[in-house]
Design a protein around this ligand. Sequence first.
Ligand code: ZN
Length: 411
Amino acid sequence: MQTLFAGGNLFDGMQQSPAGLGVLVEGGKVRRVAPLPEFTGFAGPRVDTSGCTLMPGLIDCHVHLTMGGEADPATAQSKLSAPQIALKTLERAQITLKGGIVAVRDCGGKDYIEFSVRDAIRRGEFEGPQIRAAGRMICMTGGHGNRNGRVADGVDEVIKAVREQIHAGADLVKIMATGGVMTPGVDPEDAHYSREEIGAGLAEARRFRRRTASHAQGAEGILNAVLGGVSSIEHGIFLNEECLRAMLERGTFLVPTLAAVLNIIRNRDRGIPSWAVEKSERVFERHKQSFLTYYRAGGKIAMGTDAGTPFNLHGENALELQYMVDLGMSPLDALRAATSLAAELCDLPGQGAIREGAEADFLVVAGDPLADISRAARREHHRGVFRAGRPALGLPAMAGALGRVAAQAAF
Ligand SMILES: [Zn+2]
């Protein structure tokens, strides 16, 4: 069956398209993008996007679906059985899709539970976003992420840990290069692997054609990961001149996850562990500077939120667009970061663009997000979410507002 989307503006993942285009969908894919007169006489179903902008569904390059965004997610998770975590993981994936996010990169789960959710969605047993998942994050003894991560020390063990993730079904490999905010007793500025260890792990992942992500906050760890050939630096809080140069030279992505730190600071009095609040407040100014410096230097930035961390809610991922623009990114670049560039980083060639042959995964928003990013960032302006050309999860094809559709399941 064919469906024609027409009537409003079109952002194709790279730029605003000329007015008066129609997008014909067939078999879940974009079949044709052409001026409306070409579709004269089309008698099939239409989605009227008048007054709205049709754009690719958004992609979040950094989420944790096994975590629920509670004040203390690790403690909340520890009280749940594996089957309970699995159900919540599926529920969060669906809430994420309702928020206009058609694909996510899960940057560290628990006991591969998120793989079963990914695979069930892939097989069509449940509706949800496309999921790329890292499995267990790889970290050193006592390092950031050691509660759910795969602890590995020394070159040989790091290589073995990478092989384990690939054997378990990881789409990408996540290696922790520094300390972080959400683990007690570690300092975000400390490098957590030697250059040799992290370089060996990244090379092993590459050997099996896996992209890589490094949680990297301090400059020494960032540099270790970048020189090891990592695909993306997550957070990137203390970028210095040397990091900047190395990242620009190699085309390394930065996934800033501004929402992670911002939501901890904004909700500091709501039960978040005090060490996490203290560290967030300590790093936030530098975080903002690093993001802007990389942006102004022309570095590649892909949108990611770290959803699942305190008060960083699944389903509200698109707010990251607003945070990036508030700091000085143009709306056009923010939208690219969440569509075409995110698809490049996540290795999802059919996503992040509206062009012939691409997946018909769309977000329709009221008004023009290139003039006002809140149109894409805030759910109250969303009018339709489509997966494979069909309204996602029983949402109406075009609704007055989708912002009230789903409450966060974790609360
Ligand atoms: Zn994370």
